[in-house]
Design a protein around this ligand. Structure first.
Ligand code: SF4
Length: 464
């Protein structure tokens, strides 16, 4: 399995141009979101609240809606599978491919497939799985990982992509975006025709009809569905909406929140395999629901995170994400949503990701932009509390400087003495001292000059 870069790698090593691009791309999306929501609707905030309430209702009654969705999917002719772990989901997909002697899969973008590391698993079993979303295709060629839910290569520039294409025999070096796109298109068209199996995620699944809604801007989901005899839909159990008519609300909010578009370019509905009444589509339709800890989240204090529709708006607005990019979160889901969700997924070990909720300024912007009104700052605080309680010893061992800081702040005499002598610290090579917590801090930051004491002096003068 691929490993993530260290937390400070992007801030430390990325080219200034790439850093600027992560910042400007996420900011541009945020600005477009604002414009498209306010021009399209008179009360966009009311829509967010409504969307949040419907999703909350759905997850509160997920047992009923899942049952309804399964009944309708099966009545439509689909075969439904449940996977409680990533391993189960991978084995299910492998089993489907083996049952029809398939060796090649073409897949559309799916965060759940990233969550279960599907490509690596299939490759290990000698099967080919090719990403058809342009960004994901580049990630795959580079043996990299996506760094944004919606824009997987937000951390790459076109020169890096041109070098990758040249390395993989997709033409001589050429960093013209149109040429890059044409080359990818030519390569992928062949792959659509060769593959025996297509796989997509699902943006939503209507319990009422068993209809799956998939949106893309490149039309690749449509190709992934059309060209193969067997189609697999892979989704988390929380992706349900109660009724078909709810899709109008969510498709409007998703596109606007993700990219500032009024609607994503292609919206695909899929609810049944080919039949006498329906001449188009795959001969077999499989729907694989993944749990991976979601049913445990349902019963606890973080359940509202299951409302998430993966629009990426909270990443785009987050001041921490804009500076750190997605790999710093060390997990498939970055940004504020990832900081809440990653520690809870079964495939992640809680203590390993319990530090993520601390990577937030708690400014509240993520909650303001979330199209399903998830109280992200509140959930981040709950996580901090949970990590403190459940991992007291580890947390305590990891925070001696804060303990010392608390001592200092709560003893006025000690505080004043420290301030009086503090300037001497400017002449000490503190950042070079072999003290691990200090070294960890100064590894990617400049130690500021100590200028303590001026505020008290100023305040005294002001009072007199
Ligand atoms: S938490 Fe909200 S803003 Fe963030 S990705 Fe999910 S739906 Fe979008």
């Amino acid at each position: 399995m691929k490993t993530y870069q260290p937390i400070d790698a992007f801030a430390r090593d990325a080219e200034p141009e790439v850093k600027a691009s992560v910042y400007s791309t996420s900011k541009a999306k945020y600005d477009k979101r604002l414009a498209s929501l306010s021009t399209g609707f008179t009360a966009p905030d009311d829509l967010r609240k409504l969307a949040g309430q419907i999703k909350q209702h759905t997850i509160e009654h997920l047992d009923q809606y899942l049952e309804q969705a399964v009944t309708n999917l099966e009545n439509n002719g689909a075969k439904v599978h449940f996977a409680s772990t990533p391993e189960d989901a991978n084995q299910t997909i492998l089993g489907i491919m083996q049952s029809i002697n398939a060796s090649r899969m073409i897949k559309s973008k799916s965060m759940v497939s990233e969550e279960i590391h599907l490509n690596a698993f299939l490759e290990k079993h000698g099967l080919e799985s090719v990403e058809s979303d342009l960004g994901e295709f580049i990630v795959q060629l580079d043996d990299d990982m996506p760094s944004h839910i919606v824009t997987p290569i937000i951390h790459k520039n076109r020169r890096q992509i041109a070098t990758t294409f040249e390395k993989h025999g997709l033409g001589d070096y050429n960093d013209d975006p149109e040429t890059i796109t044409r080359r990818a298109r030519k390569y992928l068209r062949e792959k659509y025709l060769e593959a025996e199996v297509g796989l997509t995620g699902a943006n939503f699944l209507s319990a009422e009809s068993g209809r799956v809604a998939i949106v893309t801007n490149e039309g690749n989901a449509r190709f992934s569905i059309s060209a193969n005899r067997t189609h697999i839909v892979l989704l988390g159990i929380e992706k349900l909406v109660p009724r078909d008519k709810d899709l109008a609300l969510y498709l409007n909010l998703l596109a606007r929140s993700a990219t500032g578009q009024q609607l994503t370019v292609y919206t695909q509905f899929l609810n049944a395999p080919k039949s006498a009444d329906q001449p188009d589509g795959p001969e077999q339709l499989h729907v694989v629901f993944l749990d991976n800890g979601r049913s445990e989240i349902l019963g606890g204090e973080f359940k509202s995170i299951l409302r998430c529709i993966r629009c990426g708006a909270c990443l785009n607005v987050c001041p921490v994400y804009r500076q750190s990019s997605g790999h710093a979160y060390r997990a498939v889901y970055p940004g504020p949503v990832g900081a809440v969700l990653s520690p809870l997924l079964k495939s992640n070990s809680y203590p390993d990701f319990a530090d993520l909720p601390k990577a937030s300024s708690l400014c509240g912007a993520c909650n303001e932009v979330c199209p399903v009104d998830i109280p992200l700052p509140e959930l981040l605080l709950r996580h901090r509390n949970k990590s403190k309680i459940e991992h007291q010893k580890k947390a305590a061992a990891g925070t001696p400087p804060l303990g010392a800081w608390a001592e200092l702040c709560s003893h006025p005499t000690l505080w004043k003495t420290t301030l009086a002598t503090g300037k001497a610290m400017n002449h000490l090579p503190i950042d070079k001292m072999p003290i691990p917590p200090i070294q960890a801090w100064t590894h990617s930051r400049e130690l500021p000059e100590f200028r303590g004491g001026k505020f008290r002096k100023w305040f005294k003068q002001r009072k007199s």
